[in-house]
Design a protein around this ligand. Sequence first.
Ligand code: KIV
Length: 287
Amino acid sequence: MSVHPSPKATGSPAARSRGAHREHRVTVRTLAARKRRGEPISMLTAYDFCFARIFDQAGIDVLLVGDSVANVVQGEETTLPVTLDDIVYHTRAVSRAARRSLVVADMPFGSYHVSPEDAVRSALRLVKEGGAHAVKLEGGAAMAETIRRVTAAEIPVMAHIGLTPQSLHRMGGLRVQGRSAAARERLLRDARAVEEAGAFALVLEAMPPEAAARVTAEVGIPTIGIGAGALCDGQVLVMHDLLGLSEWTPSFVKQYADLGARAARAARAFAEEVRERKFPDERHTYA
Ligand code: KIV
């Protein structure tokens, strides 16, 4: 019996995947080229379809479905309670909106710590169910084998060193890292280890600018800083901090909009018009 391909399934596998994977999509290769050319990379967190679409259309290179969703969306004090199911759910919403940006899903605490096999299983869910293009995990040399195994399963890994919020209890709080010469050497060792293990990029969080600059100069993969100074290959912010939706922001954050105050004004105006029976008026009622 001959098999007739459906009209949709014609063309070579490469041509078909080009259709699904737009030519102008930011990829891990794009980011590597940016580092070579000295062109900065922009990354923002996103957790839902609405903001992911806005950021994608605004030209943000990477959308990170961060485990910071625990703090800014779920109202948790730390990132520790967020589950793999939570991140899969938010990643699906973000990846549906992202037409150009690279979508990176954070691997939550506990989803990659027991064994590399566990890490591969978790990362596969983020790609297969969430639609992520890559995953991010926290840790340096200690995570090298895990990075190797996830990368070997065809899933690109972004590493994250410096202040790693999932290590809160081991670190005895959320502290700036790399203040001493020994700590800066450790950061460098960690950065080299994750690069050697196959990570395609590296988040540097909360460290003196000189420490981040040295790591950036000494590794071949792009570094993306948060509270790590201007000399990284890119910068990332949590969207709620950028937009003025957080109750409190760290001193390194630049707030680019005040959506919190604007939303409060809109809600107050609505409540007042409802109380005064001004809304709905004739213009805002079905005929
Ligand atoms: O979860 C997150 O938002 C992050 C960024 C701070 C890098 O990991």
